[in-house]
Design a protein around this ligand. Sequence first.
Ligand SMILES: Cc1cc2nc3c(=O)[nH]c(=O)nc-3n(C[C@H](O)[C@H](O)[C@H](O)COP(=O)(O)OP(=O)(O)OC[C@H]3O[C@@H](n4cnc5c(N)ncnc54)[C@H](O)[C@@H]3O)c2cc1C
Length: 412
Amino acid sequence: MKSEWSIIVVGAGIMGVCIAENLRRLGQEVLLIDKVSPGDQHQASYGNAGILARSAIVPVSAPGIISKIPSMILNPASPLFLKWRYLPKLMPWLAEFLMNSREAKVREISSALDILIGDSVEQHISLSKGTPAEKFIREGDWTYYYRNKEAMQKDSFAIKLREANNIKFEIIENDDLWEKEPFLSKNYKVGVSYLQHGWIDDPGGYVSCLANYFLGNGGSFLSGEVLDIEKNQILLKDGCSLTGEKIVIACGAWSKKVLKGFRTKIPLESERGYHIYLKKPSFMPSGPRLVAENKFGISPMKEGLRVAGLVEFGGLDLGSSSHPFRYLKNNIKKVFPDLTWESETRWMGHRPTLTDSLPMIGRLKESPNIICAFGGQHVGLTMAPKIGKIIADIIFSKKINYDLKPYDPDRF
Ligand SMILES: Cc1cc2nc3c(=O)[nH]c(=O)nc-3n(C[C@H](O)[C@H](O)[C@H](O)COP(=O)(O)OP(=O)(O)OC[C@H]3O[C@@H](n4cnc5c(N)ncnc54)[C@H](O)[C@@H]3O)c2cc1C
């Protein structure tokens, strides 16, 4: 393989693959590098809930979170987990993250997220159209389950913000809800259905399929771990080095590590998430669901039901914990009491989250040939095709019709 490239994209999760494919379609010779294969289970892009969550414009760090966090961490019945030995490392990031929960700031963040995800279903359809990847995209509503109206009221800030952003939804209650969802426990009396959403019914398969399409149509892939980047030189673990006129960093939660040689402040943390994949379940809902109180999604997938979500702080290196898996398993039975399944698999992965819950998109000021594309937090799958287009526009210095300042890599 040649060692000099005009564009190298490091990281072949959903973000890197969407970027590489967009650039290839514009006639560029692109090399995609990753230490694992596209769609591999070590990627966040493999194990997510698959939801094209166009309405998820409200970040986790929203008004009220500061007072809730201590009790959530201490309460084993809460969907927030912490590896205690990681707390000292986490503190500076957590303090900044929580500072961004002020209402005015959250409104700004929501507007910036809306630009990236508001048309995400259309973006995914358009990217995969005419490729084998289109078979993974499903369309339907995304319903949040609440125990009652009081529980729904607790989400009123988020619901009103979505309403203000013209996100369409309907509220379904009691018999109307149970008629639609006959397997739902009668303890859940209210559903809020966000309309015209979509989901990917095999997220790992989707990434792998898009990457194969990229490779089959002139793109290149190198299996290797990037140890360091200096100006336009990439040093790989096997001792080889490569030169890229432009280098796009799409390494998800590992992006800060890959950019360690640069001075730019990158307050990036892993919001670890969990799934259990229930194979051959006794029934499937017609589309993705979210159990609002317990912060997990339930997605109908190719091989069964994926129950995915939660947040655990514990960094990139510590192994998974057993408690979040137990939490998911106990709670899915509370939501769907009659659900049975034949077998299950378990997974933990790393959501890449910056302290303001917005991604870094754009050139590094200190080294403009380095272009950042990471920080998709809970909606990285949703926003990836749009970011793919934005990165191509940045590389080609095309006029972009909206303000990219909120995503500026130098904003910290
Ligand atoms: C439980 C859970 C549920 C989720 N549900 C949803 C959802 O329903 N909808 C949604 O939109 N999002 C969801 N997300 C978030 C979404 O999965 C992520 O935001 C997204 O996958 C991030 O994609 P990425 O390509 O940036 O990172 P990744 O998929 O993690 O890919 C990063 C890649 O960089 C590579 N890399 C890292 N370091 C190096 C190196 N040094 N050298 C070479 N390669 C390197 C890695 O090997 C990896 O392949 C969820 C996440 C979790 C954990």
